[in-house]
Each structure stands twice: as structure tokens, then as C-alpha cells.
Design a binder for this molecule. Structure first.
Ligand SMILES: O=P(O)(O)O[C@H]1O[C@H](CO)[C@@H](O)[C@H]1O
Ligand SMILES: O=c1cc[nH]c(=O)[nH]1
Length: 290
């Protein structure tokens, strides 16, 4: 039986996961993922009861009940490098015996639901609307470190996009896909499209403040890209990593994007906190029915 080495799966003195500071009993099978640690309270304030509050660094967790359903909310911080940590450690909590360091015979499937902010790259999509990522293209490198497979059509779309990208982007993008069951059950009636996960907020999302971008045409390329009936609608910084890691580990994942900025029409939400709260309530009410 394979025992995972103690420097591969590092535990704290109390036996909790190294970065998340959590024990297996601390998390529910349905987990809301948010980037901003302050958003954890904004989510859990809608729970009927909270049984656990723990944290370390940017990784804050609250677990409780809403409408009889046990759920956790975990903050990931920004970026797919953090997603690597959060998804591997959440998976270890449910699928590895932390005392023997042996993988359980029966594996658990977590429901992972991101609620995050995002910027729009199409003029016809409204600021303050909600969008579900049916797929996400990663411009970061995370999933190049993990085995993952695509269908032929997905490979074709990825190749077409890779071909359109500026040559300054030296590594190939990757593509990862939402869980079909969660798309149907939680995403019904909400606009669904392809998201780009960027490895930064400024030049990697076509922004320029003072530091000069090497590829000022990036936003235009993303806006104009089409593959069959698909286009790219929005930019954020975690979804491709969440979908890729969830698939690699056998979990279900879906990403809800609260669209606060339209990069084409140059509009930003005038009431971001209220809009986020409205969609937290909407998503939680759907999740509670899972
Ligand atoms: O609102 P959150 O969940 O943090 O998500 C988005 O906002 C952050 C950038 O401001 C990135 O994490 C991006 O993905
Ligand atoms: O434009 C945006 C807005 C939110 N989050 C991002 O990553 N980009």
C-alpha cells in the first residue's frame, strides 16, 4: 500500500492540512470558493448556523448549515497558484487517511462552487450580470504540471486559440471544463460561456497603468476569438485552475462570475458590494437545493 511521504503531504502539529489548517471533519462535501477572504463572512452570514471558523494566511473557512444543507465556504486568495494548494488540500482532507497517509479505497466527490468577480470582454454583456463558465482557458501554467485530457473538439478549440495568441506568450494555454451535472443543476437559466483565467490582473488582462505591456493587442484578440458558436466573454484569475484540478482529482466544479467591469465599454459597477450580495444569495439558494 502506497504511503504518501510526509514532505509531499505536510500536516501541522494538530494533524491539520498545512495551509488550510483544517481537519477532515471541518469541511462539508459542498464547498463555496471565493477569492477574497472578507467574502467568506459575506457568504456565511446567510447560513442558518455556523459550526466552524478557522483560517491561516488568506485561507479562511466557515462551515455551517443553510436550509438543512451542510456547506463550507473557503477563501482561496488570488490566482491559480493558490488553487493548486486549496484543491490538493481539500482533496487530501476527504480522500486520504491523514494518520496512515494512505488514499481511501472509496473516493469522495466534492461539489466546488466558485463565486468570484470578473471582467467582461464583450460589449453586449451587461455589467452587474452573472455568468457561469462552461469552460475556461488558462493563460497561467498550472495545468501543464498535471495530467489532463481533452476531447478532439476541445483540442481543436484550444489549438485555434493558441494560434491566435501573441507570440510573447511562450507557453501553450490550457483548457478545462465545468462539471456537466453542476452546470445543469446550478447553472440553469444563467448565461454560460467561455472564460479566460489570466496569470495577473494588469498586463495579463490587457490593462496598462505605467508598466508597458508587451502585447497591447491581447484584449482585442480575446474579444474577437471565435470557435464554431463559442466566444470568450470574461476574464478572471482562478476558474481554469479550479476546473482543471477538480477534473484531475475527480471532483465537481462550477464557477459563477459576478461581472463588475466591462473592459470594452469601459464601465464599472456602481454598486459592487450589493451586486455581489445579490448573487451570493442566488447561488446559495441553488446550492442548498443540490
Ligand atoms: O473576486 P475574486 O473571487 O477574488 O475573483 C477575481 O478578483 C480577483 C482580482 O481582483 C481575482 O481573484 C479574480 O479571479
Ligand atoms: O476585470 C476583472 C475584474 C475582476 N477580476 C478580474 O480578474 N478581472
Amino acid at each position: 500500500m502506497y504511503t504518501i511521504p510526509s514532505t509531499d503531504l505536510i500536516l501541522n502539529a494538530d494533524g491539520s492540512a498545512y495551509h488550510l489548517n483544517l481537519l477532515p471533519q471541518d469541511i462539508a462535501d459542498t464547498i463555496i470558493l471565493v477569492g477574497d477572504p472578507d467574502r467568506v463572512t459575506e457568504v456565511s452570514k446567510h447560513f442558518d448556523s455556523i459550526e466552524l471558523r478557522k483560517g491561516k494566511r488568506e485561507f479562511i473557512t466557515h462551515t455551517g448549515y443553510m436550509a438543512g444543507k451542510r456547506m463550507s465556504v473557503v477563501s482561496t486568495g488570488i490566482g491559480t497558484d493558490n488553487i493548486d494548494i486549496v484543491l490538493n488540500e481539500l482533496d487530501a482532507l476527504v480522500n486520504i487517511d491523514l494518520k496512515t497517509r494512505v488514499v481511501h479505497q472509496e473516493l469522495k466527490k466534492l461539489n466546488l462552487v466558485r463565486i468570484g468577480t470578473s471582467g467582461i470582454v464583450q460589449a453586449d454583456i451587461e455589467v452587474d450580470s452573472l455568468l457561469v463558465s462552461e469552460a475556461a482557458i488558462g493563460l497561467d501554467a498550472l495545468m501543464h504540471y498535471y495530467k489532463h485530457a481533452l476531447t478532439e473538439e476541445q483540442e481543436q478549440m484550444l489549438s485555434a486559440f493558441a494560434y491566435a495568441l501573441p507570440q510573447e506568450i511562450v507557453h501553450r494555454p490550457y483548457l478545462s471544463i465545468a462539471d456537466e451535472y453542476l452546470l445543469k443543476t446550478l447553472g440553469e437559466g444563467i448565461q454560460q460561456s467561455v472564460t479566460i483565467t489570466a496569470p495577473g490582473f494588469y498586463a495579463p488582462q490587457g490593462r496598462q497603468i505605467r508598466a508597458q505591456s508587451t502585447m497591447p493587442q491581447l484584449l482585442d484578440i480575446i474579444e474577437k476569438f471565435k470557435f464554431k458558436n463559442k466566444r470568450i466573454t470574461n476574464l478572471e484569475m482562478e476558474t481554469a485552475g479550479i476546473y482543471g484540478m477538480a477534473t484531475a482529482l475527480g471532483h465537481r466544479a462550477i464557477s459563477f462570475n459576478v461581472l463588475l467591469a466591462n473592459r470594452i465599454t469601459d464601465k464599472f459597477s456602481t454598486q459592487p458590494a450589493e451586486i455581489m450580495d445579490r448573487y451570493i444569495v442566488e447561488v446559495l439558494s441553488r446550492v442548498a437545493r443540490l
